[in-house]
Write a protein that binds this ligand. Structure first.
Ligand SMILES: Nc1ncnc2c1ncn2[C@@H]1O[C@H](COP(=O)(O)OP(=O)(O)OP(=O)(O)O)[C@@H](O)[C@H]1O
Ligand SMILES: [Mg+2]
Length: 250
């Protein structure tokens, strides 16, 4: 079943130059999708369109076959229940004045999900391997990697089908990054990820499918293993050549 469809989508910020051009993309449950491309190629912009944070200048984004219409509150509530996001900067993405409990509980409250909130928050903390007493503390008491776990706990607490993740590990050191990638792999059995990353190694480890963007266009897409072993487009070849050590999934 197609969860998200991008059909003929183009986009420009406030009348400036076109950032995305004629983009077509389908996203299915059960198969993680990696989106790679150089800085400025339009990855974050594409995610904003997928999340309904920006509107396409042309073309349409569909969720479960229905146009993503941010004015339709009932539809958007269902959408937000299914699609959650984690962003790059673990320092700015968490409200410093809120306790971790309230940060993680936020989607349950704003989506008015009827559940035992304390139990759900405790479960989400367990899922991301943080201690139960983290709930009483504030974001500044945690390291960057732990903050990213808090952000992931908030994203998974409402049991979404899709997590959209933009450069979630790029601000972290190598060993922390490896542990967060392991966590995301574990969570992949329960939900599907759309992952934007400069880090092709992350995409190789986590994503069965990948898309390569160049200047707002998709230049190549397909099964990650095939793309990495036989990149067809010169841009993908250059991108791979510029990457450090590159494990290919078996
Ligand atoms: N709010 C904005 N207003 C105007 N232009 C923007 C805005 N955000 C991004 N852009 C421009 O859109 C293009 C694509 O930016 P985008 O942030 O989507 O790239 P990216 O692939 O996510 O890059 P990075 O890897 O550096 O995060 C760039 O040329 C950028 O300068
Ligand atoms: Mg970006």
């Amino acid at each position: 079943m197609t969860l998200l469809d991008v059909s003929g989508v183009s986009f420009a910020y406030g009348g400036s130059k076109t950032v995305l051009q004629g983009m077509d993309l389908s996203f299915h449950a059960g198969s993680n999708l990696g989106i790679v491309g150089e800085s400025g190629s339009g990855k974050t912009t594409l995610l904003k369109l997928l999340l309904g944070l920006e509107r396409a200048s042309a073309g349409t984004v569909f969720f479960r076959g229905q146009t993503l219409d941010t004015r339709d509150r009932g539809f958007m509530r269902g959408f937000r229940r299914s699609v959650q996001a984690v962003f790059q900067d673990p320092y700015s993405s968490l409200d410093p004045r809120q306790r971790v409990f309230d940060i993680i509980a936020e989607p349950l409250r704003s989506l008015k999900i009827e559940t035992d909130i304390a139990e759900a928050v405790a479960g989400a903390l367990r899922d991301v391997d943080l201690p139960a007493d983290a709930a009483r503390r504030y974001p500044h008491e945690f390291s960057g990697g732990q903050r990213q776990r808090i952000a992931i706990a908030r994203a998974i607490v409402a049991r979404p089908e899709i997590i959209i993740a933009d450069e979630v590990v790029s601000a972290l050191d190598l060993s922390t990054r490896t542990r967060i990638i392991d966590l995301m792999r574990t969570l992949s059995s329960r939900m599907t990820f759309i992952v934007v990353s400069h880090d092709i190694a992350l995409v190789a480890l986590l994503c069965e499918q990948m898309v390569v963007l160049e200047k707002g266009r998709i230049v190549e897409q397909g099964v990650t293993r095939d793309l990495l072993s036989r990149p067809a487009h010169p841009y993908t070849q250059r991108l791979l050549a510029s990457m450090p050590r590159m494990p290919v999934p078996g």
